[in-house]
Design a protein. Structure first.
Length: 161
C-alpha cells in the first residue's frame, strides 16, 4: 500500500478482459476472405475492361482502314473501276494486301462487281477488312456504289434558265 496525502490508496485492480475485447481468429479469416473476394472481383472487372478497350481500338483502326480504302476507290474514275469489275484492268492500288494501323495488323480485299449485268452502269464495291484478336479472326465489311453518271444531281428544269 502506498500513502499519498495521508490517505492510503489501494493498488490498481486488474480487470479481466471480456471475451469480446479483441478479434478472434475466425473473424480475421472471414475478413480476409471477404476482402480477397472483393479484390478478385475488382481485378476481373479491370481485366475485362482492358480487353474491351483493346477490342474497341482494333475495330476503330480497322474501320479507319476501311474508310480509307472506300475513299481511294471513290477518287478513281468510273472507267477504271468498271475495267477492274470486268476483269480487264487493274486498280491503281492493290485490290488486296495487308495493313498496319498502329499496333494492329490485318488484311484487306476489294471486290467490285456490276450490280445488275455486265453492261451495268452501276457497280458495287465490297471491301473486307480482316484481323486477329486474341487468336480469333474478325472482319468488317463496307459497301460503296459507283454510277457512270457520278454523284451529280440533275438540275431542276424550272430553275434552269
Amino acid at each position: 500500500m502506498t500513502r499519498t496525502n495521508g490517505h492510503q490508496s489501494q493498488p490498481p485492480v486488474r480487470r479481466r478482459r471480456s471475451a469480446r475485447a479483441g478479434l478472434t481468429l475466425v473473424e480475421i479469416v472471414m475478413a480476409i476472405l471477404v476482402l480477397s473476394t472483393m479484390f478478385a472481383g475488382a481485378l476481373t472487372a479491370t481485366i475485362h475492361c482492358a480487353r474491351l478497350a483493346h477490342s474497341a481500338k482494333a475495330k476503330t483502326a480497322a474501320t479507319a482502314v476501311l474508310n480509307t480504302k472506300i475513299e481511294e476507290l471513290r477518287a478513281m474514275p468510273f472507267t477504271d473501276v468498271k475495267k477492274f469489275a470486268d476483269g480487264a484492268g487493274q486498280l491503281p492500288r492493290p485490290a488486296s494486301g495487308s495493313f498496319t494501323a498502329g499496333p494492329y495488323r490485318g488484311t484487306y480485299a476489294i471486290v467490285v462487281d456490276p450490280l445488275v449485268s455486265t453492261n451495268s452502269t452501276l457497280l458495287r464495291a465490297r471491301i473486307t477488312i480482316r484481323w486477329l484478336e486474341r487468336n480469333r479472326p474478325l472482319e468488317i465489311q463496307g459497301l460503296t456504289y459507283f454510277s457512270s453518271h457520278g454523284l451529280v444531281n440533275k438540275p431542276n428544269e424550272a430553275t434552269n434558265p
